[in-house]
Design a protein around this ligand. Structure first.
Ligand code: COA
Length: 182
């Protein structure tokens, strides 16, 4: 197993064999990566004080940071990080202790803070900040800091969300092929 995948307190990430984990990323602790997910260079994901789950065909692009918040008496579940299926997380995003639905695009450099729920079929614009405990409603574009609902997604954007995930599945398959050709 790559050195970028490490145990914390005896728990090692569990990774479907179809997943691409770039060797320049770091994954620690209680993380599960489902079928056809991909993790790109310089991603840092720490499932140490709570869990991280990443769904099928979801991609986490370069430089993104994923972390969680521990359980406490005032917050018995803490804030795990749960990412659904067919999610695209753009370069250098920051996702902390939040829940992301299916077919979501998190734009480059977006910051999503504890307790946020992003429902299915949402785009969060590049550079947006989503304040703690907000719910982003299905079918909308959210933009800005603090983010606001900008408009409903178009049919083309709704169709693009699973397509973006598919593009990354194809790309990660090419990267896996490169490794097996080495
Ligand atoms: C949001 C996004 C999809 C733009 O879509 P768009 O069709 O150009 O947006 P709209 O024209 O409907 O913009 C609505 C408003 O939000 C503003 N806006 C668009 N993107 C913005 C952003 N990232 N930050 C702040 N404001 C933004 C527009 O200027 C417009 O403002 P106005 O009404 O005052 O003119 C695009 O800007 C974006 O952020 N894409 C994410 C790309 C990405 O990170 N991909 C992952 C890597 S592959």
């Amino acid at each position: 197993m790559s050195q970028s995948v490490r145990a914390y307190k005896g728990i090692t990430p569990t990774i479907d064999p179809s997943v691409y984990v770039d060797e320049a990323s770091v994954l620690v602790g209680d993380i599960h990566l489902a079928k056809d997910a991909s993790i790109w260079p310089l991603v840092a994901a720490r499932g140490d004080v709570n869990i991280i789950r990443i769904g099928e065909r979801s991609n986490v692009q370069d430089g993104t940071v994923l972390h969680v918040t521990r359980k406490s008496p005032s917050n018995p579940e803490g804030f795990p990080l749960i990412i659904g299926d067919d999610v695209t997380i753009g370069h250098k995003a920051m996702l902390h202790g939040c829940k992301i639905g299916n077919r979501v695009l998190i734009g480059m450099g977006a910051v999503i803070i504890d307790g946020v729920t992003v429902e299915d079929d949402v785009i969060v614009a590049a550079g947006s900040v989503v304040p703690p405990n907000k719910t982003l409603k299905s079918g909308y574009l959210y933009v800005g800091n603090p983010c606001k609902q900008a408009r409903p997604l178009t049919e083309a954007e709704l169709a693009f969300l699973p397509q973006s995930a598919d593009n990354y599945v194809r790309l990660k398959n090419e990267y896996i092929e490169e490794l097996t050709n080495d």
